[in-house]
Design a protein around this ligand. Structure first.
Ligand SMILES: Cc1cc2nc3c(=O)[nH]c(=O)nc-3n(C[C@H](O)[C@H](O)[C@H](O)COP(=O)(O)O)c2cc1C
Length: 111
């Protein structure tokens, strides 16, 4: 299985990244292909809700690191999302990532 792991803490080498890397190690040992993307080192801006992606085949108008994550996501069989708890919720970085998956909403999700 091709697994994409996205970590959403702004803190490099913090608990979230340690936990995700332990998961990735075990998954690789079990024979899976694992790609880890750490939002602490990447730029993922908030969704602009412009719906440009809806008329441009799922391509986002913003040119930041979310483009390469979306490419990884399109090739993944499973997404593992790891976030610290921030005020009883996911971190702002994780929420930006979740919102930016809207680029695939029209193409890949039927609702
Ligand atoms: C802004 C902020 C809000 C937080 N809110 C919570 C919370 O609501 N509940 C909780 O148990 N921990 C909370 N924490 C603690 C973090 O979830 C905890 O330290 C976590 O392990 C940090 O992950 P990291 O080491 O990957 O950055 C908060 C930390 C920060 C910085």
């Amino acid at each position: 299985m091709n697994i994409l792991v996205v970590t959403g803490s702004p803190r490099k080498n913090g608990n979230t990244e340690i936990m995700a890397s332990a998961f990735a190690k075990s998954a690789r040992e079990a024979g899976h292909e694992v790609t880890v993307k750490e939002l602490s080192t990447l730029k993922v801006e908030p969704c602009l809700a412009c719906t440009y992606c809806f008329t441009h085949d799922g391509v986002c108008i913003q040119n930041d690191d979310m483009n390469s994550i979306l490419t990884d996501l399109s090739q993944a069989d499973m997404l593992v999302l790891a976030s610290p708890v921030y005020w009883f919720d996911v971190s702002a970085q994780t929420k930006c990532f979740i919102d930016r998956m809207y680029a695939f909403a029209k193409k890949r999700i039927s609702y």
